[in-house]
Design a protein around this ligand. Sequence first.
Ligand code: SAH
Length: 241
Amino acid sequence: MHRFYVTEEQLVGGCVRFNPAQVRQIIRVLRMRVGSRVLAFNGSGQEWEVEIATSSPREVVGRIVAEVSMARESPLRIVLLQGLLKGDKMDYLIQKVTEMGVAEVVLLSTRRTVAQGSGRVARWSRIALEAAEQSGRLTVPRLTGPYRLEEEYFAGPAAGAAIVLWEGERVGTFAEVLGGASPPNEIRMLVGPEGGLEADEVGLLREKGFVPVSLGPRTLRAETAAVAALAVLQHRWGDLR
Ligand code: SAH
């Protein structure tokens, strides 16, 4: 069933007032009629089954017929700190990490990032929203930044666990990090840009409580590393059993 992200303003008295883009999709693309059913979710954990009650080329209103409560948000809150990638690689990464259940993406400008992220945060937020709609998520990952490593964002030690995936790491393994008995409430995971992370950047992160972790002997693209690490974390402490 098609899913639509709706804002609180669109929810009025047990009904959903679809916005112009959604009306176009419902009427023209999906060719839905009165009586058809869709899903609507508000991005903060609630989702409803909605029956089209009135429809015209310019307005579609649905009536909420049931609240859907499928647990599709991981119990593990993962914050990905991602060095800015060039071109559409970042688009791809945002889409994939949303599907993998990340809660927040903190954009990073590091020593070797060449991309300027600030102009594309709106685009990436839209990609995250569309990937949340497609993957059945009840919340949409938040995008913040871009920050530099030296900024205050890294001031305090990590609240929960914090790892930095480093291609130069030869000792620290995921097994050691995951070996910890109880699952953390939140884990921060840092992935570098295409050019990688410099040793002194990793040193700075280590001082902030980030544990360097290797993803094995092969050098992965950042977008591969992020997805692979998320799969491991969701399997160990999340909802990918
Ligand atoms: N340009 C670098 C690779 C950077 S890959 C080089 O050729 O050596 C981009 C990011 O993916 C890295 O900064 C790191 O965060 C992650 N990554 C890639 N392979 C990894 C590995 N084997 N172990 C840990 N992290 C890895």
